[in-house]
Design a binder for this molecule. Structure first.
Ligand SMILES: CC(C)(COP(=O)(O)OP(=O)(O)OC[C@H]1O[C@@H](n2cnc3c(N)ncnc32)[C@H](O)[C@@H]1OP(=O)(O)O)[C@@H](O)C(=O)NCCC(=O)NCCS
Length: 164
């Protein structure tokens, strides 16, 4: 596959943002599939996804997107934001999204991306990195656990109407 042993991870430039948005859409679709769902209209889903992404990205918070590159090709990214934590009201790093293209997984790129997010947060004086993961996304949960992440709180839900 030609993936280098030492992945190149660097902050993405403005010209790479549309590529990141495409990967983030791919990430959302992959997670929807785990839940047996798919958008009824992919074009309008992609448009809404892009608008939501840009709305969050344009918020005035400290944030960075780091990209994993193989040669000139962007094959993964992590988007990290510094946000107030709701229980202790200290700023924490929040991994908004992380994705590696399927053919490049298992080569250490995800780990290198998380390390970049960590370095960014530490540089801002932030001592904790958090994220939310879908309970059905077992492989991502295993990935995070292998990197030392532990559950801190649970989101619980109960159906009020039968599943459609
Ligand atoms: C999660 C994801 C980013 C991981 O990226 P990756 O490049 O495959 O991960 P790495 O190769 O860096 O793996 C790092 C560590 O996690 C472990 N790991 C990765 N995937 C794993 C899996 N499916 N099961 C168990 N361990 C796993 C590796 O063994 C490795 O540990 P090691 O360094 O001790 O060997 C990637 O699988 C992905 O993009 N998934 C789809 C999108 C997604 O689910 N994003 C998260 C949404 S919350």
């Amino acid at each position: 596959m030609g993936t280098p042993k030492s992945p190149v991870v660097q902050e993405v430039g403005p010209g790479e943002l549309e590529e990141v948005i495409k990967m983030d859409l791919e990430c959302d679709l992959e997670i929807m599939r785990l839940n047996g769902k798919k958008p009824s209209n992919i074009k309008s889903f992609a448009r809404i996804h892009r608008n939501n992404f840009l709305a969050a990205y344009n918020e005035p918070v400290e944030q960075r997107i780091f990209g994993a590159k193989v040669g000139n090709a962007l094959v993964g990214f992590v988007w990290v934001r510094i946000e107030p934590e709701i229980e202790e009201m200290v700023p924490v790093g929040f991994v908004e999204s992380i994705f590696v293209k399927s053919e490049y997984r298992g080569n250490g790129l995800g780990k290198a991306l998380i390390r970049s997010a960590e370095r960014f947060c530490k540089g801002k004086g932030v001592s904790r990195l958090e994220l939310v993961v879908n309970a059905k996304n077992r492989s991502a949960i295993d990935f995070y656990r292998s990197m030392g992440f532990k559950a801190r709180r649970y989101t619980l839900e109960r159906r009020l109407v039968p599943a459609r």
